[in-house]
Write a protein that binds this ligand. Structure first.
Ligand code: ADP
Ligand code: ZN
Length: 525
């Protein structure tokens, strides 16, 4: 790119070619690297496989001194270090899998300035003796991988990551780079805040996985549906996720009796068995693995053709990550979600009763976003990508909604009514309050606030609460509105809504399906 320093570019292109064997940078990589070489902090949001690692590995080699990489997963650390070493890079890791002698050796290498990259688990890095000893070496860059773990808004918050905020003050003149594959808007903001990144260069890559077809079926006899689906797959490899070990075991038996080569993977099986299942699957000796969420971290099998969710996941991040294990080779792949609102109600019940008070709002918000995805009547890919602030206006043509669309109507008027109501309420109220004003309810709070004097008061009284709830959800899905969870669920207007309010853009909405057709359901399940 023309904005990149020429000398930086030449130096880094040489490293890319000589060390990593690649001819060109992917979009964004060199821009990020350039900022780091200028000493600026960076925040990278790129999906798995997007090429995040080179964003700190190349600077690690270009800069004098050592790059510290914070990573939460021992297995990923080992993989990366093995790969780097094979490429001739001076890299090592320190984590709890090593004995004292090994870690002593690496510490000595560190002090002798023999390492370009050191991967460290957060709990080790933050030990005061270790931090103090780092003052004796030249640290040129600090990379925080899986940075969403630092945020309690993230879907995988880790206590030992939280403490990483202390680093910035210890390494004031060292650039920081934070990297993640999954972070909604609130998490992105919080990562910057927690790690105390200074005016970071933010790079967001495309989250789209165009070869994955997103599909949703109303769940009526889940196991039968999975068996039928797997039988249609002509032996192609796949993963089926369930939300309990018991279901995993049951479904495995069902699929085995149906003649499918498959096995179960969950934390209830011993390590050797789990490793065996994983290896068999990687070698294509098993067609299907039926698993809990314990399966998949760091799995690198490129020809997974389908991922089925027998049960709805707890967050969009999990769903995206789990479905993202399909189609790594770029060939067509399918993600099937079986959805039943009763499952959703049950999960909300669990969240209500089983969540620590400080986690309740977040878990509920995350799950409600997942539920909204399942209930969406607009392109699923749009909903998914909007969630990661990767806004796009085009429908994808490769999801169940695009392929079998619900009935659309020209809903510009309804959209304007809802949007202008949010606007007149100063983008400062909840969804339900907006609905109450639209429907002209004589509620104490509305009257106290004199919101009954707004021009939008009662303009939607001919429709039900349910109808407006659905319309507002659709406007969120289309990226015109968003829910700001950092302000406890306030409805806000996105920039793209301006054109709608000025009547410069037409909005198509789906005719809300206000009750679900349950006639095909088998009540016996
Ligand atoms: P992430 O950490 O984002 O999941 P990786 O850094 O592991 O992704 O990169 C995914 C794959 O893409 C790796 O095999 C990596 O070597 C490859 N890759 C990254 N950047 C480039 C590039 N500029 N040219 C070719 N391959 C690349
Ligand atoms: Zn679509």
């Amino acid at each position: 790119s023309e904005n990149v320093d020429t000398q930086h570019y030449q130096k880094c292109a040489k490293i890319l070619k000589d060390t990593f064997g690649y001819a060109e940078f992917r979009a964004g990589q060199m821009e990020v690297i350039d900022k780091i070489l200028n000493g600026q902090d960076a925040l990278i949001l790129l999906p798995t496989g997007g090429g995040k690692s080179l964003c700190y590995q190349v600077p690690a080699l270009a800069l004098e001194g050592i790059t510290i990489v914070v990573s939460p997963l021992i297995s990923l650390m080992q993989d990366q270090v093995q790969q780097l070493t094979a490429q001739g890079v001076k890299a090592a890791y320190l984590n709890s899998s090593q004995d004292a002698e090994e870690s002593q050796q690496i510490t000595e290498q560190l002090f002798r300035g023999e390492l370009d990259l050191l991967y460290v688990a957060p709990e080790r890095l933050l030990k005061s003796y270790f931090l103090n000893s780092l003052q004796r070496v030249k640290v040129s860059l600090i990379a925080v991988d899986e940075a969403h773990c630092v945020s309690h808004w993230g879907h995988d918050f880790r206590q030992d990551y939280r403490q990483l905020g202390r680093l910035k003050s210890q390494f004031q003149n060292v650039p920081f780079i934070a990297l993640t594959a999954t972070a909604d808007h609130a998490t992105q903001v919080d990562i910057q805040h927690q790690l105390q990144l200074e005016n970071p260069f933010v790079f967001k890559g495309g989250f789209d996985r165009p070869n994955i077809r997103y599909n949703l079926l109303a769940k009526y006899k889940g196991f039968d549906q999975v068996v039928a689906f797997v039988k249609q797959q002509d032996g192609a490899a796949g993963i089926v996720y369930c939300n309990s070990r018991a279901k995993v075991d049951d479904l495995t038996q069902r699929l085995q009796s149906a003649g499918i080569k498959c096995d179960a993977y969950h934390a209830g099986r011993d390590t050797a068995t789990r490793e065996f299942v994983q290896t068999q699957f990687l070698k294509d000796d098993l067609q299907v693995v039926i698993a809990t969420v314990a399966f998949g971290m760091g799995i690198n099998k490129s020809n997974v053709r389908f991922v089925v969710h027998h049960d709805v996941p707890r967050s969009v991040e999990s769903y995206y990550q789990e479905t993202g294990r399909a189609g790594r080779d770029g060939m067509p792949a399918e993600a099937l979600l079986l959805f039943d609102e009763r499952d959703a109600a049950r999960i909300k019940q669990w969240i209500s009763t089983g969540t620590a008070p400080d986690r309740y709002d977040i878990e509920m918000h995350k799950f409600e976003a997942m539920e909204a995805f399942a209930e969406a009547q607009t392109c699923r890919r749009q909903v998914l990508l909007n969630y990661f602030s990767d806004y796009r206006e085009e429908q994808c043509g490769n999801c169940d909604i695009c392929l079998d669309p619900p009935k659309l109507f020209e809903g510009t008027t309804q959209a304007q009514q809802a949007l202008s109501c949010v606007y007149r309420l100063k983008q400062d109220t909840s969804v339900q309050y907006v609905i109450d004003v639209l429907r002209g309810k004589s509620i104490r709070r509305i009257l106290d606030n004199k919101h009954n004097e707004l021009s939008t008061y009662g303009i939607g009284k001919d429709q039900s609460d349910n109808y407006w709830h659905n319309i507002i959800q659709q406007l969120i899905h289309q990226g015109l509105l968003r829910i700001d969870m950092t302000l406890s669920g306030i409805l806000r207007i996105n920039e793209s809504a301006r054109a709608v309010l000025k009547a410069e853009r037409i909005v198509h909405l789906a005719v809300p399906k206000l009750s679900v057709d349950t006639s095909k359901r088998n009540k016996a399940e």
